[in-house]
Design a binder for this molecule. Structure first.
Ligand SMILES: NC(=O)c1ccc[n+]([C@@H]2O[C@H](COP(=O)([O-])OP(=O)(O)OC[C@H]3O[C@@H](n4cnc5c(N)ncnc54)[C@H](OP(=O)(O)O)[C@@H]3O)[C@@H](O)[C@H]2O)c1
Length: 217
């Protein structure tokens, strides 16, 4: 089975995804800017849960040795943090879950040069297979492995084979993957996240926000 490196697996989203993947039997390696922090979080997770395969934790350098890499870091940091590792990511499947947002009275997207984060990341890591997924799903839902229904997630992949690999893993861990064709829609999905958070502020935990990920309330 492929090992999945979650860069930012110490954070809210990356940690929830690490937990879900490990709960469903995947081999996960957390990558942190601090090797010590990565190890500590992995140790805590292993102590608190009965994972069949223990979560590994350490530096970004060790985590990117995995076959699949998840970029679960602040949207503006994905490129600067991994640019030195561009060669190592060559040919690999990379999941981009990032959404550029600004928080205030209204939740807005701050697209750099009018481009979605997926376009930016795909253009930079042009020799990797960058697939956008999980962008509209909250960390809280990802962490909740007791949910009875599947969580809808949109998947943007140029390539059929990398879509299939991604969709299979997502299905195995409790998602209902929906393929979206066309990079143009990456911006729409990143905007949907801003909308979901905004709605959640007005109607906390309501069926409106839930319906965006196909769940009933
Ligand atoms: N939270 C959600 O519900 C949600 C939903 C959809 C998408 N996302 C996306 O997921 C990504 C992570 O979000 P999050 O909520 O998990 O954020 P977070 O809790 O702040 O975690 C981000 C992680 O990224 C790492 N990191 C690397 N460079 C960093 C920097 N300069 N400043 C801060 N942290 C840095 C940190 O790990 P180390 O310190 O260990 O390096 C940190 O634990 C974002 O791109 C976000 O748009 C989040």
């Amino acid at each position: 089975m492929e090992k999945i490196g979650v860069i930012g697996g110490t954070g809210k989203f990356g940690n929830a995804l690490t937990h879900r993947l490990a709960t469903y039997g995947y081999h996960v390696s957390i990558g942190s800017r601090s090797e010590e922090k990565g190890k500590k979080i992995a140790d805590e997770m292993n102590k608190a849960n009965n994972y069949v395969i223990q979560v590994e934790g350490g530096s970004i350098q060790s985590s990117i040795e995995s076959q699949i890499i998840v970029l679960a870091v602040p949207p503006s940091q994905a490129i600067p943090l991994l640019e030195d590792h561009k060669q190592k990511l060559k040919g690999k499947l990379v999941w981009d879950v990032t959404v550029p947002l600004t928080f205030g009275k209204f939740i807005k997207n701050n697209f750099k040069e009018g481009k979605s984060n997926l376009e930016q990341i795909r253009n930079f890591f042009d020799e990797s297979h960058v697939v956008g997924c999980l962008k509209t799903v909250s960390a809280d839902l990802i962490r909740d492995t007791t949910l009875q229904s599947k969580i809808t997630t949109f998947v943007l992949s140029k390539d059929e084979a990398y879509y299939q690999t991604t969709a299979q893993i997502l299905e195995n861990i409790g998602f209902f993957p929906v393929r979206v064709r066309g990079i143009y829609h990456a911006q729409t999905l990143e905007r949907m996240t801003a909308l979901a958070i905004q709605l959640n502020k007005t109607y906390p935990g309501s069926r409106v926000a839930y319906s965006l990920v196909g769940l009933e309330k």
